[in-house]
Design a protein around this ligand. Structure first.
Ligand SMILES: [Fe+2]
Ligand SMILES: [Fe+2]
Length: 184
């Protein structure tokens, strides 16, 4: 397995774990009225959004797109599938900032119905998870077929970022999220 493919797979595994934490928070919206029920943690949800906007949106997707550009140059693999995934990346980024804006508005005291927020988060979660599955079923096949030389060329073309959650020295901002990931 190349370093490149390894990295992309690991990013997916990690993002699935983060999305699981989000899913648990979303479920708390359903039970929040029950006596003694745990309430959704808006600071934790904001940290999840920060992470997604900082790492998958800013490093993982550009790395995938660098693979797509390389495969385009070489005229290899499924170009239509790549175009579909590129379009999804735009949609995902748009969706992250929409969710973020709504959460910020709530933090600033704007009255957003909780059901509406629940629905927005649920859609966001589904969109993210479906995207990972679709990539693994389509474009990952062509990326997996690339050799070490191609992997090195592609990795060289992107600006590297450390994963602030799963790196050895994680960013302290994410302490609570890391605790929840371990609890999983
Ligand atoms: Fe992607
Ligand atoms: Fe991906």
């Amino acid at each position: 397995m190349t370093k490149l493919y390894d990295q992309l797979k690991e990013d997916h595994r990690n993002l699935v774990k983060v999305l699981d934490v989000l899913k648990r928070q979303i479920a708390l919206y359903d039970t929040r009225e029950e006596e003694g029920a745990e309430k959704p943690d808006s600071a934790l949800i904001l940290d999840i959004m920060d992470y997604i906007q900082h790492y998958p949106d800013r490093f993982h997707h550009p790395l995938e797109e660098a693979c797509f550009d390389y495969l385009d140059e070489q005229n290899r693999g499924d170009a239509a599938a790549r175009d579909a995934i590129r379009a999804e990346h735009k949609e995902l980024e748009h969706s992250s900032s929409k969710v973020r804006t709504r959460l910020n508005a709530i933090n600033l005291g704007e009255a957003v119905p909780l059901d509406k927020l629940h629905q927005t988060l649920d859609q966001f979660h589904t969109l993210q998870l479906d995207h990972l599955k679709r990539e693994e079923k389509t474009v990952f096949r062509d990326i997996k077929a690339l050799d070490d030389a191609a992997s090195a060329i592609i990795l060289d073309r992107v600006e590297h970022r450390h994963d602030p959650l799963f790196a050895e020295v994680a960013n302290q901002q994410f302490n609570e999220l890391i605790r929840q990931l371990k609890y999983d």
